[in-house]
Design a protein around this ligand. Structure first.
Ligand SMILES: C[S@@+](CC[C@H](N)C(=O)[O-])C[C@H]1O[C@@H](n2cnc3c(N)ncnc32)[C@H](O)[C@@H]1O
Length: 303
């Protein structure tokens, strides 16, 4: 199923790397690495530029851990972003793709802005998940780590659907054991895009002039950058064709609708509760014995 749904920032690699090139970036922080889909791309791009990459992820996948162990110029901080943030120096560019909720993203952004201004640098920040389902809906990898006053009522087993702000039990896009969604989409302090807007409001009120671009594909890529940067006009020219591009938005809606249709079909099929019972690992006799003992909800065999 996961192969049906591309979800890595890696899908935006050409667009991101070209922007890094224009902004003459050599120092990058990536929040949320998972399998290292984007980390490996960033590292390969930074190497010939004598750059450095710092990656933050408290639960990175083994594929990333094995790779990073062989990379002397990549540093891995195995803790949540908001714990790592006070120990980090400013970078040229930041990628935010960790815990997709208002509390985490708002404070990541505010931390990044504070460091960047203090170092006399120009912010350049890429954020994933600024479109559906997390634009206006919190997602929590570890709900217990979010202070209660910022945490929305949440669910692990009800899913997000396109035509309803409320999650649907046993249906839709959902995380199972991996992550939870806020029960309801919308309202204040809910979702990644809302966190971006609130941070941009606070930065603008402090006198900073920031530009915002959103590419409405693969759950949405947002880019924030300083209009006072010497490279900002070139970045605008590079990003403008992608910003809120209607054709891309239509393709994304179509992709999500197709994916959710498949999820719905899968959810409608009665599931066997025996793990890995796909016939591969058991003899026919064993399979029959398991069917006799363990099926739940599946129709009785007719033969
Ligand atoms: C969607 S995946 C990242 C995908 C990756 N950026 C890519 O483009 O291939 C989200 C990752 O964020 C990590 N994560 C969750 N909470 C985090 C936090 N508070 N700080 C940093 N990373 C976090 C998860 O462990 C997970 O590996």
């Amino acid at each position: 199923m996961s192969n049906l749904l591309i979800h890595s920032m890696n899908e935006f690699r050409d667009l991101i790397l070209a922007t890094l090139d224009i902004a003459v970036v050599t120092d990058v922080v990536e929040i949320g690495t998972e399998y290292g889909g984007m980390s490996t791309v960033l590292s390969a791009w930074l190497k010939p530029r004598n750059g450095r990459l710092r990656c933050i992820d408290p639960s990175a996948k083994p594929a990333f851990l094995e790779w990073v162990a062989t990379e002397s110029d990549v540093q891995h901080l195995a803790c949540p972003s908001l714990e790592a943030m006070p120990h980090l120096s400013a970078a040229d560019a930041w990628l935010i793709d960790g815990d997709h909720n208002w509390y985490t993203v708002f404070h990541e952004l505010e931390g990044i802005f504070a460091k960047t201004w203090a170092a006399g640098k120009h912010p350049l920040i890429f954020l994933h998940d600024v479109c559906w389902p997390c634009a206006r809906r919190d997602m929590y990898y570890a709900p217990e780590s979010i202070p209660q006053e910022f945490r929305k009522p949440f669910t692990f087993n009800a899913g997000a659907v396109l035509d309803n702000a409320v999650t649907v039990p046993g249906r839709g896009f959902r995380g199972g054991n991996d992550f939870a969604y806020a029960d309801t989409e919308g309202g204040p302090r809910n979702g990644v895009l809302t966190a971006v807007e609130d941070s941009l409001i606070s930065q603008t009120a402090a006198g900073h002039k920031l530009a915002w671009c959103r590419v409405p594909a693969v759950f949405g890529l947002g880019i924030i950058f300083d209009t006072a940067a010497p490279w900002s006009k070139a970045v605008v020219a590079h990003l403008l064709p992608w910003h809120e591009n209607k054709l891309i938005a239509t393709l994304e809606q179509n992709r999500l609708a197709n994916f959710l249709t498949v999820v719905n079909m899968e959810d409608s099929i009665p599931m066997c509760s025996v793990p890995v019972f796909d016939g591969t690992y058991f003899s026919e006799v064993e399979q029959e014995a398991l069917w006799g003992k363990f099926y739940t909800g599946a129709p009785q065999r007719q033969r």
